[in-house]
Design a protein around this ligand. Structure first.
Ligand SMILES: *Cc1c(COP(=O)(O)O)cnc(C)c1O
Length: 369
C-alpha cells in the first residue's frame, strides 16, 4: 500500500543506540531496560514501570500479581485483540464479557456492573484505539463491588481520562509491538504505584528470583532485552510530538469526513486525551455500503485500511465454548465488529494523503446500492 494503515517510524539515533548495545556485550536486560522503565515512569508520573517481553505477558504477569483465588472471574470487553482473553485464561482465571460503549469502543460501565457475579474479582477495561474508557464510571463500579482493576492500555500510552494517564487507575499493561505507538519490535510494560506489587513483578519476570539464586515465587523468564530497550528509548523523546501529529491527522480526517451520511466518525470524549493509535470509522449497514466495499475502494487507490477487530472473541469456537468463558449478550460490540474500519492516522501520513483518504472514503460511500 502506498499509504499503509500503520508504519514503523524510528528516530535516526535508534541505529547508534542499538549498535552501542551490540558492542557493549550487555545484550540481555540491563541498564537500557532500566532507563526505559524510568523514562516511561517519568512521562506517566507513575511510581513503577516493569518491562517484560511483550504485551500479552504484561497482562498475564499483572493478573498473576493480583494473586486472586483460582477460578476468579474477570469482566472484560469481547471487542479487543485476542491477547486480552488469552492472558486471563493463561493466568488461570475465568472470563465474562460485557458490552462496550459504542462512542468510545471501550467496556461500558453499566454493562460491566450488570455482568458482575459472585466470583468476579477483577475488571479489565481495554483502552481501544488510543482512548481510555470512562474511567471514573468504571472505577466507581470496581470500588462498589470490591474489584481489582487491570487496564489493557496496549494501544493507549499517554492517553488520559480526567487528566490521569491510562494505566495509572489500576495495574497498567502496555505493548511495545511493532505497530504500537511506542515500539521495541516486541515488548511490554506494566505500571503500578504499588511498590510491593512491582517487586513481585520484577521477581516474576526473572524466574521468581529476588537475588542471585534466591527464588521466592514461581516465576518465568519474560525479560525484555537491552537491544529492544535501545530501540524504544530514543522514541520517548519524540513520543509526544508523534501523538500531536496523530491528533492533527485525526482532526483533519474528522473535518473532511464530517457530514458523510452513513459514516460514524470517531471522536475524543469529554475529559479525555486521545492518542489516536487508530482512527476507526463505523460504516452504517443501513447506508447500502459495506465496510469491505469501502476498504476495497481505498485499496484500489493504494490506501490501506484495517479491521480491528472483525469478530467478537466469543465467536471463535475455542473461546466461546471454553467452559471458563461466559460470552453473554453484547449487541453494541457485535454491530461494531461488523462495521468498523480503521483509516491511516499515523505520523507518516501527510496532509495531502489525508485528502486522498477523505476522497477515497467519500467516493466509496457515495457509490451506494
Ligand atoms: C497489542 C495488544 C496486546 C498484546 O500485546 P503483544 O505485545 O502483541 O503481546 C494486548 N491487547 C491489545 C488491545 C493490543 O492491542
Amino acid at each position: 500500500m502506498r499509504i499503509p494503515v500503520s508504519s514503523v517510524d524510528l528516530p535516526e539515533d535508534v541505529a547508534a543506540e542499538v549498535l552501542a548495545v551490540l558492542r557493549s556485550g550487555q545484550l540481555a536486560q540491563g541498564a537500557r531496560v532500566a532507563a526505559l522503565e524510568s523514562g516511561v515512569a517519568e512521562l506517566m508520573n507513575v511510581r513503577n514501570v516493569v518491562a517484560v517481553s511483550n504485551g500479552t505477558t504484561a497482562l498475564v504477569a499483572a493478573l498473576r500479581s493480583l494473586r486472586l483465588p483460582p477460578e476468579s472471574e474477570v469482566v472484560t470487553s469481547p471487542f479487543t485483540f485476542v491477547a486480552t482473553v488469552n492472558a486471563c485464561l493463561i493466568a488461570g482465571l475465568r472470563v465474562r464479557f460485557a458490552d462496550i460503549n459504542p462512542d468510545d469502543f471501550a467496556l461500558d460501565a453499566s454493562a460491566a456492573a450488570r455482568a458482575i457475579g459472585p466470583s468476579t474479582r477483577c475488571l479489565l477495561p481495554v483502552h481501544l484505539y488510543g482512548q481510555t474508557g470512562d474511567m471514573n464510571a468504571l472505577m466507581r463500579v470496581a470500588t462498589e463491588h470490591g474489584l481489582l482493576v487491570v487496564e489493557d492500555a496496549a494501544q493507549a500510552l499517554l492517553a488520559t481520562s480526567e487528566g490521569k494517564f491510562a494505566g495509572t487507575w489500576g495495574t497498567g499493561c502496555f505493548s511495545l509491538y511493532a505497530t504500537k505507538n511506542l515500539t521495541s519490535g516486541e515488548g511490554g510494560l506494566i505500571t503500578t504505584d504499588d511498590d510491593e506489587q512491582a517487586s513481585w513483578l520484577r521477581a516474576y519476570r526473572n524466574q521468581g528470583m529476588v537475588q542471585q539464586y534466591v527464588y521466592e515465587i514461581l516465576g518465568e523468564n519474560c525479560r525484555l532485552t537491552d537491544i529492544q530497550a535501545a530501540i524504544a528509548l530514543p522514541q520517548l523523546k519524540t513520543y509526544e510530538q508523534n501523538v500531536t501529529a496523530r491528533r492533527e491527522n485525526a482532526r483533519l480526517l474528522q473535518e473532511g469526513l464530517d457530514g458523510v451520511s452513513g459514516l460514524h466518525i470517531p471522536r475524543e470524549m469529554n475529559g479525555r486525551h486521545h492518542v489516536w493509535h487508530q482512527f476507526t470509522v463505523i460504516v452504517d449497514p443501513a447506508s447500502g455500503v459495506t465496510r469491505d466495499q469501502v476498504a476495497d475502494g481505498l485499496a484500489r487507490r493504494g490506501i490501506g485500511a484495517g479491521i480491528y477487530y472483525p469478530r467478537l472473541l466469543g465467536d471463535y469456537p475455542h473461546i466461546g465454548t471454553d467452559p471458563r468463558v461466559t460470552v453473554g449478550n453484547t449487541p453494541n460490540a457485535a454491530s461494531i465488529a461488523a462495521s468498523c474500519l480503521s483509516l491511516p492516522v499515523h505520523p507518516r501520513v501527510t496532509p495531502h494523503q489525508i485528502d486522498e483518504i477523505i476522497d477515497g472514503v467519500r467516493s466509496a460511500m457515495e457509490r451506494r446500492a
